[in-house]
Design a binder for this molecule. Structure first.
Ligand code: G3P
Length: 216
């Protein structure tokens, strides 16, 4: 399973990259806005640190506008992936970009039908939003399971990015559900390697170590 970091924050990225846990990055307009910096600068700095796919999202709502932005963004770095929203225009842009060999990540997926349409249009990645489905009382992880079943059933190469991940349980469930990738907020990452019993265990070992006779 691959892990992407869902952030535009360079410090968060550098911290987790050091641990060998980052296979790629996803951003969106909200995450970029949080940084208060120029979009292109943020993406180029990220792509200089991370060699895996780095998603950068278009904001146009029409296909021609999306393609215009996509062509510019695609020049920023070889590992950039164009993120497009799941709309009719987004599907057209996805299809045309896939014909040109430009990778896309279709975002804001909330149903199996949407995921299937995006995969069929040629998306490299699809991003079901697990947390936002949970927010409205729908089991977001079931969508990930169903999407994986459908993609496997038809031998489709599109990869599922479990997105809108909010907690440790989401990450574990995404792994079990067969998400190819989970994109995880930087702030959530430390909770993946922490456990209170680990901390207590270390404390006990160190206490006992004090009882061990020292040489000389
Ligand atoms: O990966 C998508 C993410 O950035 C949206 O997360 O928590 O705003 O639903 P959230």
């Amino acid at each position: 399973m691959k892990f992407f970091l869902d952030t535009g924050n360079l410090d968060e990225i550098k911290r987790i990259v050091k641990l060998g846990l980052v296979d790629g990055i996803t951003t969106n307009p909200s995450l970029i806005a949080k940084e208060g910096r120029v979009f292109k600068d943020v993406i180029q700095e990220i792509t200089a640190i991370v060699s895996g796919p780095v998603s950068a999202e278009v904001v146009a709502l029409d296909a021609e506008g999306m393609l215009k932005e996509a062509h510019e963004i695609a020049q920023w770095a070889p590992n950039v992936v164009i993120k497009v929203p799941m709309t009719e225009a987004g599907l057209e842009a996805t299809y045309r970009l896939s014909q040109e060999g430009i990778k896309t990540n279709v975002t804001l997926i909330f149903s199996v039908a949407q995921g299937l349409m995006a995969a069929k249009a040629g998306a490299s990645f699809i991003s079901p939003f697990v947390g936002r489905l949970d927010d409205i009382g729908v089991d977001g992880m079931q969508l990930v399971r169903d999407l994986r079943d459908v993609l496997d059933l038809y031998g489709m190469k599109t990869e599922i990015i479990a997105a809108s991940i909010r907690n440790l349980e989401h990450v574990e469930a995404a792994a079990l559900a067969g998400a190819h990738i989970a994109t995880i907020p930087g702030s959530l990452f430390p909770s993946l390697w922490k456990h209170p019993l680990t901390d207590i265990g270390i404390e006990r070992f160190l206490k006992d170590w004090e009882k061990v006779p020292k040489q000389g």
